[in-house]
Design a protein around this ligand. Sequence first.
Ligand code: ACO
Length: 428
Amino acid sequence: MSESAKLIYNNQTFELPIIIGTENEPAIDIRKLRDTTGLVTFDDGYKNTGATESQITFIDGEKGILHYRGYAIDELAEKAEFLEVAYLLIYGHLPNQAEYSDWKNKMIRHSLVHEDVKKVFDAYPTGAHPMGQLMTMMSMMSSFYPNNQDPHNTEEDKNLTIARMMAKMPNLCAMMYKKRIGHPVMYPNNNLGYIENYLRMTFGNPCEDFHVDPVVVSAMNKLLILHADHEQNCSTSTVRMVGSAHTNLWATIAAGISALWGPLHGGANQEVLEMLQDIKNSGNSPKEYVEKVKNKVAGVRLMGFGHRVYKNFDPRAKIIKKACDDILNKLGVNDPLLEIAKELEQIALSDSYFVERKLYPNVDFYSGIIYRALGYPNEMFTVLFALGRLPGWIAQWKEMIESKAPISRPRQIYTGATPRAYVEISKR
Ligand code: ACO
C-alpha cells in the first residue's frame, strides 16, 4: 500500500500522508491540508472522520468484530468480571491478583456518597427522568472534591478520582431508583461485590435480608461488559471533546451521560421497550408496524435497529439475544414482548427496506427485555447503559488527556448571508 495519497487541486498535486492502524485500517492524514491547500474537509456527523488515534477498542463494522484492548467481546462477556474489564479498559491490561484486589478494595472504600447528595435528590420532582438526575449528580460530585479536579494533577490524584467515580456510580444509580419508588436509600454493604451491592441497593430494603440471585448477577455482569466501551460513538466523542477543554472529569462524564440519553443513542433501549409495548397495546401486528416504519409515517423508526458502524450485524446484539432467551428461561419469565421482538426482527431481516439499508438489530434491541425481566422500569434502562459505559468513558478521557490532545474544535462550511449593512428597525 502506498504511504501517501495524492490530491490534485487547482492543477497542483499535493501529497497527503497515510496512517495505518494496527488492524490495517488506513487513513489520510489531513492535519496540514489547510496550510498547504487552503481546503478543509466536509463530513457532517463525522461519518468518515477519524478524530483520534486510540488503543482502547477496535470495531470492524463490516465483519461485526468488537475488541477491547485486543480481547474479543464474546470471550470477555463469557469469562470475565465487569470490574476486570473496567480495569482493562482504563489501565490497558487485565489486572493481576494484587492489582485486582486493590481495585476491588477501592470500589468498597469509596462507595459512600456525601449525605448532602440526598438533599439534592429530595429536591427533584418524583417521576423526573433518572438520566437527567444522573447527569446532575455526576457534575455535582465535582463540588465535593474541589481539590482533585485538575486533570493534570498527579497520577495518584487522577486515579483517586477515577476510583471514586467508579465506586460511587452504582450508589448514585440505586439512589435514583429508590427516590422514584419512594423508598429509603440503602447504604452499600462492604461484604458484597460491585454488582451484588448495586442490586441490593436497588432492590433491597432495610426491613429484610436481601438474597442476591446468581442468575441476575451473571446477567448484569454480561450486560455491563457488553456496554463498557464502543470507541468513538456520540457520548464518547462528547466526553473527549468536553475533556479536551481540560474540564474536570465529573463534569466531562456528565456531558457523556447527556449525550447517551438521546433516543438515537443509549436512550434507544427505553424506546425499544415502549415501541414493543405500543405494538402490544394497539393490537396491531408487528408486520403492520414495520409497514409504518417503511412508509416513514411521522418519522417512525424501528428502534433498536441500525447502526452507524455495524453494517452486517452488531456482535453485542447476537450475544444479548442468546442471553435474553437463557435468562428468561432461568428466571421462569414468559414475556409476550419477546415474541413481538422476535417477530419484528424476523420480518425486518427479510425485508428489502432493511436489507438494502443494512439495518440489523443493535445492542438495544433485546437488552430492555432482559432489564424488564430483572425488574427494572423502562426509565432505568439508559441508566444501566451508563453504569456499564462509565469505564469506557473514563478510559477514553484518560487516553485523551495523557496524549496531550489539542482542544477539539471542528471547522465549518459557512452557508449564511454574505456581509451586509445594519438596517435601522424603523426601515425594516
Ligand atoms: N428504522 C427505519 N429506518 C432506518 C432506521 C431504523 N431504525 N435506521 C436507519 N434507517 C434508514 C434511514 O431512514 C435512512 O433511510 P433513507 O436512506 O431512505 O433516508 C437510512 O436508513 C440511513 O439512516 P441514517 O439515519 O442516515 O443512518 P445513521 O448511520 O446516520 O444512523 C442510527 C444510525 C442513528 C443508529 C439509526 O440507524 C437509528 O436511528 N436507529 C434507531 C435508533 C437506535 O436504535 N439507536 C441505537 C444505536 S446503538 C447505540 O447508540 C447504543
